[in-house]
Ligand binder design. Structure first.
Ligand SMILES: *[C@@H]1O[C@H](CO)[C@@H](O)[C@H](O)[C@H]1NC(C)=O
Ligand SMILES: *[C@@H]1O[C@H](CO)[C@@H](O)[C@H](O)[C@H]1NC(C)=O
Ligand SMILES: *[C@@H]1O[C@H](CO)[C@@H](O)[C@H](O)[C@H]1NC(C)=O
Ligand SMILES: *[C@@H]1O[C@H](CO)[C@@H](O)[C@H](O)[C@H]1NC(C)=O
Ligand SMILES: *[C@@H]1O[C@H](CO)[C@@H](O)[C@H](O)[C@H]1NC(C)=O
Ligand SMILES: *[C@@H]1O[C@H](CO)[C@@H](O)[C@H](O)[C@H]1NC(C)=O
Length: 617
């Protein structure tokens, strides 16, 4: 028996104590590439949670190590699975000009997070049988009872080995699983600064840091959210079907190899294939693809620092593979018309994924498998004819959305979205078109804007379903930006008090938002500025675990009456809130617990309730 063989057996014996099978631990960062499991590793991992990592390196978790074992593997081997890490602002100050030391850029929503060294880690693997995930926190020992998995209703089995490691049984599901692993000794309570609606978070860790207060006080600094200090997300995906993997050897495939990304703007191929490894585009460039390219593939283990812009008129545009597209090199709001500087422009600020929708041609953007990290702005947007583009998105992950305007995906008419994880700091499920279906989304929500958004202008919308949303965290600090599950904001750029801005020629009809579970402390049910008529809008089975304290208005839902400029009110019919609960208590008109001062906190215009236009049952 060789020494290493002996070590394997010894490790196996030890683990007998906690888990049933005799396990082997693969040595030397060995990854799995079997018929049941694929994991991967980066040789260029850099452990550094404070500053930007070198261009050719991938930030690696400074705390967590993860191994995965397929229950179908007769050798019982645990294989390494690389744990990525992302940090607020990529460890930089508020840089205005990329690469310069000129800081002091505009408010970017990162207030105390950077000074507290918040981190978010994740790992991703592919499997087709149940798998055990083993997690170690180095010197910090963990027992199963110190761990919470969110969404909690996944009911995953967690065990430990008495040696400080925990094990999670991840059932195989064809839609994959995306969850957060949280350790009781690693939680941070975000406290607010004062009792007015404009407040932000405060901290007592660094006296020379931002928003410092010497003593946090329960009354004036209430807890507004609780999150892991060092998040760990597990993304378990099925193996992709063959139509999602391009032929690497085909002449039509342009294969990119690790290092600086070459110019992809004049190639003649239709497929761009990123092999495993690290790529970078720098802070002042992104890939504007030639119009021949309709498919970008990020292989498992590809980590591309950059952003992708399609220019093709193809009817199907694809982004597939289980690699990562990371915006970490860019400054906030990187303005592509102004040298990628931090100057906000809803037109020119860089999107991680973008394209131009050709007028008159129905196009679909299929995006699946990939993880988008550290977006500097909205992450997915098209320009051009927005009536002829739809999004087909599943098994998609967004992480590291620490900056302010880091929306989820803009959903145009005909979009179909399911089995997603969004860490987002702004409007997240953006139902801006008709015939949209959204199912089974896990959301980790930052400070700004509601989770489901369908406002900012008067819209004609019909046939929208959002069914199955698990909100694992919400972290609202202020009342100023619709801290809600469901929101329809006022006209973009005007004050919310301008209630004469509705357009009565438009109607929102047949909208269903249901089965939304929000864990922990968070925002309110809804803030709706009805800029159009509403017909048959149903909000069903939304549960809020705990609402925030009453001092700053965040807990309160608002639905006033809006009128057109001539003073004529919008017509609202069949707006139903059904099965809404707060802390397990059902909120209804009959029970009398719905009002602004009651548990439900619903400040809905009296005339809407009295006329039966809005019903709470
Ligand atoms: C495994 O990864 C660790 C951390 O990146 C590194 O220090 C070590 O050298 C690697 N071991 C092998 C055998 O590659
Ligand atoms: C988890 O357990 C709860 C309570 O027993 C149950 O209501 C729920 O359906 C379970 N969820 C799953 C996904 O099995
Ligand atoms: C152990 O936990 C503490 C508290 O969360 C953390 O500060 C420290 O970095 C952890 N160390 C390791 C090795 O996990
Ligand atoms: C409603 O939207 C769904 C999902 O996009 C679609 O399948 C269905 O055909 C639409 N119904 C109508 C009547 O257009
Ligand atoms: C809403 O919740 C109730 C009570 O839990 C349940 O009976 C009903 O089926 C749910 N509705 C939907 C559409 O899932
Ligand atoms: C919170 O904001 C809403 C507007 O969305 C406003 O109607 C309400 O009065 C505000 N609450 C407080 C306490 O300022």
């Amino acid at each position: 028996m060789s020494p290493s063989r002996f070590k394997l057996c010894f490790a196996g014996l030890l683990s007998l104590v906690g888990v049933a099978a005799v396990d082997n631990i693969a040595t030397g960062n060995t990854t799995a590439d079997t018929t049941h499991l694929q994991t991967w590793w980066h040789d260029h991992g850099e452990i550094n949670y404070k500053t930007p990592v070198s261009a050719e390196n991938v930030r690696q978790s400074h705390l967590y190590s993860v191994w995965v074992k397929s229950t179908a593997d007769s050798t019982n081997t645990y294989y390494n699975s690389f744990v990525y890490e992302t940090i607020p602002r990529n460890g930089q100050e508020k840089v205005v000009i990329p690469g310069s030391s000129i800081t002091g850029g505009p408010y970017d929503s990162v207030t105390i997070e950077a000074s507290l060294w918040m981190t978010m880690g994740w790992t991703q693997f592919l499997h087709n049988e149940d798998a055990w995930v083993k997690i170690s926190r180095g010197d910090n020992s963990t027992t199963a009872r110190d761990v919470v998995i969110r969404p909690t209703n996944l009911n995953l089995t967690v065990t430990d080995d008495g040696e400080g490691n925990i094990y999670i049984l991840v059932p195989y599901r064809e839609q994959g699983l995306r969850f957060s692993v949280e350790f009781k000794d690693n939680l941070y309570s975000y406290r607010d600064s004062c009792e007015t609606p404009l407040c932000d978070f405060v901290q007592d860790w660094h006296s020379d840091g931002p928003h410092y207060v010497e003593t946090l006080d329960e009354t004036t600094n209430p807890v507004m959210g609780e999150e892991p200090h060092d998040a760990l997300l597990i993304f378990a995906s099925p193996f992709p079907s063959s139509d999602l993997i391009p032929d690497k050897t085909a002449t039509d495939t342009y294969v990119v190899y690790p290092g600086p990304v070459p110019d992809l703007g004049s190639i003649k191929n239709s497929v761009v294939y990123f092999t495993p490894g690290t790529y970078y585009m720098t802070a002042t460039a992104h890939a504007k693809l030639s119009s021949s390219v309709n498919w970008v593939y990020l292989a498992s283990g590809a980590y591309v620092k950059g952003a992708i812009q399609f220019t093709t008129a193809a009817t199907t545009i694809k982004a597939t593979g289980h690699g990562v597209l990371s915006g970490e090199q860019y400054v906030y709001q990187a303005n592509t018309l102004l040298g990628y500087t931090n100057v906000k422009s809803n037109i020119a600020s860089l999107r991680m994924w973008s394209g131009y929708s050709k007028s008159g041609v129905q196009q679909t953007f299929v995006i699946t498998g990939v993880t988008t990290n550290a977006p500097p702005f909205n992450s997915i947007d098209f320009s051009g004819d927005l009536d002829t583009i739809s999004i087909n998105q599943w098994d998609y992950k967004q992480v590291g959305a620490f900056f302010g305007q880091t929306d989820g995906t803009t959903l145009y008419s005909g979009s179909n979205v399911h089995d997603i994880f969004y860490h987002s700091n702004d409007d997240t499920i953006k139902t801006y078109g008709s015939n949209i279906l959204v199912r089974d989304v896990v959301i980790w929500k930052g400070k700004t804007a509601p989770i489901v958004q369908f406002g900012w202008q008067s819209r004609d919308l019909a046939n929208i379903t959002v069914d199955g949303v698990d909100v694992v965290h919400m972290k609202y600090s202020s009342n100023t930006s619709h801290p809600s599950i469901v929101g329809a904001n006022q006209v973009y750029g005007v004050d919310e008090t301008w209630t004469n801005t509705a357009d009565l020629s438009k109607t929102v009809r047949d909208m269903y938002i249901g089965n939304v579970r929000a864990e922990g402390i968070g925002g309110n049910l809804l803030r709706i500025c009805p800029l159009a008529n509403y017909q048959n809008v149903v909000i069903e089975n939304v549960s809020l675990d705990r609402v925030s304290p009453r001092t700053n208005g965040i807990y309160q839902s608002e639905m006033p009456v809006f009128k057109n400029w001539l003073g004529k009110s919008v017509d609202i019919k069949g707006f139903v809130i059904r099965g809404f609960t707060v802390g397990g208590e059902k909120i209804t008109q009959k029970a009398g617990n719905y009002g602004p001062d009651a548990l439900g906190g619903l400040n809905i215009a009296d005339e809407l309730l009295q006329s039966g236009s809005v019903v709470i049952e």
